[in-house]
Design a protein around this ligand. Sequence first.
Ligand SMILES: Cc1cc2nc3c(=O)[nH]c(=O)nc-3n(C[C@H](O)[C@H](O)[C@H](O)COP(=O)(O)O)c2cc1C
Ligand code: SF4
Ligand code: SF4
Length: 276
Amino acid sequence: MKVCLVFFSGTGTTAQLANILRENLNEIGHTSDLIRIKHNSQIDLNTYDLFGIGAPVYSYRAPRMVTTILKKLDFQRKPFFVFSTTGGQKGNTHWNLYKSIARTAGPSLGAFSVSVTTNIRAWMPNKRRIIPNYTISEYDKNRSYEFVHKIFHNLEYKIEEIPKQNYLLSVWTALLSFRWQMALTAGFKQINRKKCTKCRICAEVICPSGAITLNEKGYPVIRERICVGCNGCVNLCPVDAIWALKSKNRHQYNMFSKYLLSSRKIKSNRNISQKN
Ligand SMILES: Cc1cc2nc3c(=O)[nH]c(=O)nc-3n(C[C@H](O)[C@H](O)[C@H](O)COP(=O)(O)O)c2cc1C
Ligand code: SF4
Ligand code: SF4
């Protein structure tokens, strides 16, 4: 089967999971493509037989930017599954992803989630006692392999699995997950022009929401109203030229470098010491 993994990833963790699922699919004889959702993505879904839809959890739901884009796509009544990465509380994320595409897609075959605390300080900056996991564990890789098998089992036996909705959380997130509130999670961002090398990576590769543009002198300008608070720019600028109050460049975002930057043949010279 030809599978398309359509995912959003701010800092690379969901991109890593998408890559793992792809390896698992390849191993059992299927081909798959990866498409990262961005504000300006051109997404062509015409040639696929099965879809995997992935996103990180932002404030107990899938980022609104993602569900807005998904709702506009036509999944051509093809079967699908959903997946997510979380800091530990997935909330309604699977339900949000399911709902965004259920109108145009076929049967829902299951949902898969991995908990990775890579950017835990991004949304809980004071919980410093939590030791981050920088990568998806072997245990979760095995789980994902089993999940991929389950998907094809469900397809064969026509078993539909619909994610559950938590109504209380839906009310909570309706009030608390607007774009500007997500931007505040990261904090207002500032550019240090003395450090900035005008490499353009933040505007052209890192930022998924289109919140970063370049001014006439080539320096980035950030529109907080459009920012989804992913913390990518703050943590991935190769020379640490972007700073925000709540996120002080203390994380190493190996996943992004490995699964998103490298795929564009753009190397970050950031000091990444944590092994994957
Ligand atoms: C703005 C923001 C909000 C978040 N909210 C939650 C949350 O409600 N629950 C949770 O478990 N993790 C939360 N996280 C953590 C992310 O879900 C987690 O780090 C995820 O793996 C990030 O994926 P990515 O690297 O693909 O962007 C949040 C992260 C950010 C940046
Ligand atoms: S990634 Fe950093 S160095 Fe490159 S343009 Fe953006 S702020 Fe400047
Ligand atoms: S401006 Fe920075 S934190 Fe906001 S969406 Fe873009 S990369 Fe993420």
